[in-house]
Design a protein around this ligand. Structure first.
Ligand code: F6P
Length: 468
């Protein structure tokens, strides 16, 4: 059986004695892939240590072997917080005004990719397929090729890929375009991401389109295709069905009494549109005063990347908007917006989604947005809730029956919330069913199988040895 090597920025190694793959988004997503292959999972341990070893720590957990590296404080600051999260993240999410580029951070990003490649190269065997995830690791394929690795190497980009007008504002844009085209297969979330990257490669690097998503870039062939990531629909639905037993879910539902629940669940990130959504909810109550006291909006938003100044600022902004809205609209007996920064397990979230009449998922820009899919998966088929979804989330392409909104227009979002709350049951069922059925067909296993099936096709390609 051949091996699949997954590389991701963060790797959560399960506890010793456990043969299970670690819990968490990517881990759940790759469970199926690890059934078909023996696996090695390589990346950052999540630890920051002075003078980290250049050798990975290896841990065997059943079918999957983990190889993790610590980062030094400087690596973490420059590679992760700096270049990945202060330059690439905002640019990929079309937020030029929030991007902060520094040459030192970019050098740190390249350095960590080189360190990772050197550590990983020694672990690669001839039949291995290598699948790299996320924007932290764009230069990894070039580094591995430079070390003589000739295995198929694929990349999946979980976040949006913007148009050239936006991407090329990044001072390192041309180098990154060259680096990404060193992958055999570039997986993106949507056809518009594919269009943006392909077009930019043609414009900036004079890539030659060869048909079927393949391009010749600087004499190398790469293929760019969309593989919209799915979720474990059955698992999530079952979790929602069982969640009535959960204490947090039961208490939340009991506390609502006759009130209807609107829900938002996001990492606290400016791409998610949390303060903008709160303002839309405020607008809803302003134009529907009869609904005050009858509806509650619950926003769950665990804090994220708190060492990055733009995230600290966002946290302050949310507190201010929230305080103003609750202070001006609230009553001793009713708080319009409940805001929680604690992270909840999947079992609790599934139950809360099921209890909510409306899922309000309004990112300003998002690669896919799995919360939108989880909300749909959690609904009961005889009385489903309504999804209000940003048209700038990748998920909107697969969920067109949701109420699609422009998250920058709080009047439009408020109007959609109203329409969702008043929507008759027959229409709710009619909208929900095709979304659920499509998601069940295009679930997470389908995603991993489609991607890896295509990456397998690159096994037979002869590669030039790296230039000396
Ligand atoms: O969506 C992109 C992504 O990097 C995910 O892979 C990751 O789970 C999430 O953002 C959280 O990011 P971080 O690892 O910076 O907390």
């Amino acid at each position: 059986m051949s091996r699949l090597i997954i590389v991701s920025n963060r790797v959560a190694v399960p506890d010793a004695g456990s043969k299970a793959v670690a819990a968490g988004g990517l881990a759940v997503a790759l469970k199926e892939a690890f059934n078909a292959y023996k696996g090695l999972w390589f990346g950052w341990s999540g630890k920051i240590t002075e003078n980290p070893s250049s050798e990975p720590v290896i841990a065997d957990r059943g079918r999957v072997q983990y190889a993790v590296m610590d980062l030094s404080p400087q690596d973490h600051r420059e590679y992760y917080s700096g270049f990945a999260n202060r330059a690439l993240w905002p640019i990929m999410h079309y937020r030029l005004g929030l991007a902060a580029f520094s040459r030192a951070d970019y050098a740190g990003y390249q350095r960590v990719n080189r360190i990772f490649a050197q550590a990983l190269a020694g672990l690669i065997e001839p039949g291995d397929l290598i699948w790299v995830h996320d924007y932290h690791l764009i230069p990894l394929a070039s580094e591995l090729r430079g070390l003589g690795v000739s295995n198929p190497i694929g990349y999946f980009h979980h976040i949006p890929w913007p148009s050239g007008e936006v991407f090329n504002t990044l001072p390192a844009s041309t180098e990154l375009l060259r680096a990404v085209s060193d992958y055999d297969l570039i997986g993106l979330q949507t056809d518009s991401d594919v269009h943006n990257l392909s077009r930019n490669l043609v414009d900036e690097l004079r890539a030659i389109p060869l048909g079927g998503g393949s391009l010749m870039v600087d004499g190398r062939r790469t293929r760019i295709r969309s593989f919209p990531i799915g979720i474990d629909v059955d698992g999530f639905r079952q979790a929602a069905e069982r969640a009535g037993m959960n204490r947090t879910v039961r208490d939340t539902v009991a506390g609502l009494r006759t009130r209807k629940l609107l829900i938002g669940v996001d990492r606290l990130d400016y791409s998610k549109g949390v303060p903008e959504r709160m303002e839309a909810v405020e607008r809803f109550f302003a134009s529907n005063p009869d609904q005050r006291g009858n509806v509650v909006f619950l926003q769950i938003a665990p804090k994220s990347r708190t060492e990055v100044p733009e995230y600290e600022q966002l946290s302050r902004d949310v507190n201010e908007v929230l305080g103003n809205i609750n202070g001006s609209l609230g009553e001793p007996s009713w708080t319009p917006i409940q805001y929680v920064t604690k992270a909840y397990p999947r079992a609790v979230l599934a139950g809360l989604y099921r209890a909510a009449r409306v899922g309000v998922v309004t990112p300003m820009r998002d690669g896919m947005n799995l919360v939108a899919k989880e909300y749909v998966a959690a609904q009961s088929d005889d009385d489903p809730g309504v999804l209000v979804l940003s048209k700038f989330a990748g998920a909107a392409r697969q969920l067109p029956e949701a109420l699609l909104v422009n998250p920058y227009d709080r009047f439009e979002v408020a109007e959609a919330i109203r329409a969702a709350l008043y929507m008759p049951k027959a229409e709710r069922v009619e909208r929900w069913r095709p979304m659920f059925e499509r998601m069940a067909r295009e679930d997470v296993d389908w995603w991993a199988r489609s991607y890896l099936g295509e990456l397998e096709g690159f096994r037979t390609i002869e590669r030039e040895p790296p230039a000396a």
